[in-house]
Design a protein around this ligand. Structure first.
Ligand code: F6R
Length: 607
């Protein structure tokens, strides 16, 4: 979703702004722009499409100034065109915005009645026009911005730049994250620490409702009531090396290939260095007295929760409910004060997941975040925050974050099961050994790349596909379908194998690839029966299984992909790899934009 950057620097701002916007590209965008102030004069440049278009424009039509703001826009109100691109400007003020101004119609009507003429379809233009109207009334930039912010409803991260002000940025945050970076005689504003990483590692995060007056040598933060606020400055570690493609054609492939390494890091984090046992550092929960677990997330993170539901119920014997965050709070679910609520999010900024956390925070015994971005809002607002150690994930389609989320969740399940007396020492020892070998097994599974690439010759010609799984492989079937549709644009559905004959089997014919994710577990024979039903109707089955499964059931299937054997509980982690590779190679064959699929954003900071 939209990315914001602001600079009060000692060098020309335009190239630094564009460079910072490049590091925000992963969030997804459809236009970009910058504005600068040079000797008091405000100027701006905007371009539709990729940042290279903005860079080209700046070559032919450069813009000077050491103070500036920049933006990558993911369209919400109004189509992605130049006029709707940010920064928005009304004479003496320019603004970049991430979020949605919910009362923009009301403000627009009010301003229109006072003679203001709007140029764009966006909610953000009301912010600049409102601010300009306060400037016209004689307010100084600082007070005009404050008066504007005071009128806004909805979600926003904002950064204001003013004509005549070479040393002033006003930043504000409500609902969308915003960080202030501290340099040496320079100051920065950014949607996240990654945007600011080459400029500074010293960052102050604004809290909800905060707004800040930023100059090159000072930072004044005020809370929503206008009171001076003291927010901690932190030193953030961002590994910039992880934000290049490392020789791969796409970030997504790099991130798929990184899984053995990052999973090993996550497993190490959740292993007690003294005993070698699974442990969750800082886990202050009495699981023996927990009556229910509620897990809330969106998209792929929701599917990680759906896998963990099987584990919490089967292994730790705790009732577990999983909900998509965009529905959760509107259902107004009653919560038990003996329950634990968990929020799983790669970015830690997903607006609906954050809102679900806020709904639960005073209703349950503990809130737990499982996040990749340690400094994110979901992490900071939860009682307990568990890292997943996936490293920066740039590809819009989540891959390594999914498998690393599952490692953190396995560790939680094992801790809970132990505390409830549901896991004997021998079974725990077996699981621990299997977990330790998992990165190596994942590595072996990556060796199947050419077989998977080959099956995508046919898959990429399909217009629809079905993914089937049973038990904890069912959410994985949903994840396989989600990955395929989001990056290859092939319509795909995931089904519980047993549900097939209750409707979707009507879709099956010789053109329909059916991908069956089925390790040889206790449910395998049942899944094979469902697979036979598909083949009896001419369906083309791609079976992803292990050597024993292949030995029993490969007859009549179109293609078989053989995974290394793995402990049943860990199979959803291993089988994520072929699901990701199937989507990846299909998309590459179709020539789609793998890392930034159309219409999608990496960090969904609006409802
Ligand atoms: C799919 C995908 C999305 C995210 C979802 C939640 O590949 O990446 O479905 O999983 O938008 O995002 P986070 O995990 O950042 O809350």
């Amino acid at each position: 979703m939209c990315g914001i950057v602001g600079i009060l620097g000692n060098h020309e701002a335009a190239p630094i702004l564009v460079d910072a916007l490049k590091r925000l590209e992963y969030r997804g965008y459809d236009s970009a722009g910058i504005a600068t102030v040079d000797a008091g004069k405000l100027g701006r440049r905007r371009a539709v499409g990729k940042l290279v278009n903005l860079s080209d424009l700046l070559v032919h039509n450069p813009i000077a100034g050491k103070a500036g703001i920049g933006h990558t826009r993911w369209a919400t109100h109004g189509v992605p065109n130049i006029v709707n691109s940010h920064p928005h400007r009304a004479k003496d003020v320019a603004v970049v915005h991430n979020g949605i101004i919910e009362n923009f119609k009301e403000l627009r009507d009010e301003l229109s009645q006072n003679g203001v003429v709007f140029e764009t379809d966006t909610d953000t233009e009301t912010v600049v026009q409102l601010c300009m109207s306060y400037l016209k009334d004689g307010l100084s930039p600082k007070y005009a911005a404050a008066a504007t912010i005071d009128r806004l409803e909805g979600a926003y991260a904002l950064c204001f730049l003013f004509e005549g002000e070479d040393d002033l940025l006003i930043a504000a945050r409500k609902g969308s994250p915003l960080a202030i970076g501290h340099g040496d005689g320079e100051m920065f504003v950014g949607s996240d620490a990654l945007a600011l990483a080459p400029m500074t590692d010293k960052v102050t995060y604004l809290d909800e409702g905060d707004w800040a007056i930023v100059t090159r040598t000072s930072l004044e933060i005020r809370d929503a009531s206008g009171t001076l606020a003291n927010r901690e400055m932190r030193t953030i570690k961002v590994d910039l090396g992880t934000s290049d493609k490392g020789g791969y054609k796409h970030y997504m492939m790099k991130e798929i290939a990184e899984q053995p390494t990052v999973l090993a890091e996550a497993i190490t984090h959740y292993t007690d260095p003294k005993t070698g046992g699974i442990s969750v550092p800082g886990l202050d929960i009495d699981f023996a007295n927990v009556d229910k677990i509620t897990m809330v997330a969106c998209g792929t993170a929701y599917l990680a929760c759906s896998v963990a539901k099987y584990w919490f119920e089967q292994v730790a014997r705790i009732p577990c409910e999983v909900d998509v965050a965009s529905e959760f709070r509107y259902r107004e679910p009653p919560m038990s004060d003996k329950s634990v609520a968990m929020f799983v999010s790669q970015s830690g900024e997903t607006a609906d997941t954050l809102a679900a956390l806020r709904y639960c925070s005073d209703k349950v015994s503990k809130t737990v975040a499982v996040v990749n971005v340690a400094e994110s809002s979901i992490s900071r607002e939860s009682d307990i925050s568990l890292p997943i150690h996936a490293g920066v994930e740039i590809g819009v389609a989540s891959t390594k974050a999914f498998t690393c989320q599952l490692i953190a969740l396995v560790a939680l399940v094992i801790s809970a099961a132990r505390a409830r007396g549901e896991l004997d020492a021998k079974s725990e020892q077996v699981l621990r050994t299997e977990l330790t070998s998992l990165p190596g097994i994942i590595n072996q599974s990556l060796a199947q790349q050419s077989e998977i690439d080959e099956v995508t010759i046919e898959l990429s010609k399909a217009s629809d596909a079905l993914f089937l799984g049973r038990g904890a492989m069912y959410p994985l079937a949903l994840e396989g379908a989600l990955k395929l549709k989001e990056i290859s644009y092939i319509h795909a559905e995931g089904y519980a194998s047993g549900e097939l004959k209750h409707g979707p089997i009507a879709l099956v014919d010789e053109h329909m690839p059916v991908i069956v994710l089925a390790p040889k577990d206790d449910l395998f024979d049942k899944t094979v029966s469902n697979m036979q039903e598909v083949m009896a109707r001419g369906g083309k089955v791609l079976l992803v299984t292990d050597p024993k499964g292949a030995e029993t059931a490969r007859d009549g299937v179109w293609k078989t992909i053989i995974m290394p054997p793995v402990h049943n509980m860990l199979a959803p982690i291993l089988y994520a790899i072929p699901a990701q590779l199937i989507a990846y190679y299909t998309a590459v064959r179709k020539g789609t934009d793998v890392d930034q699929p159309r219409n999608l954003a990496k960090s969904v900071t609006v409802e």
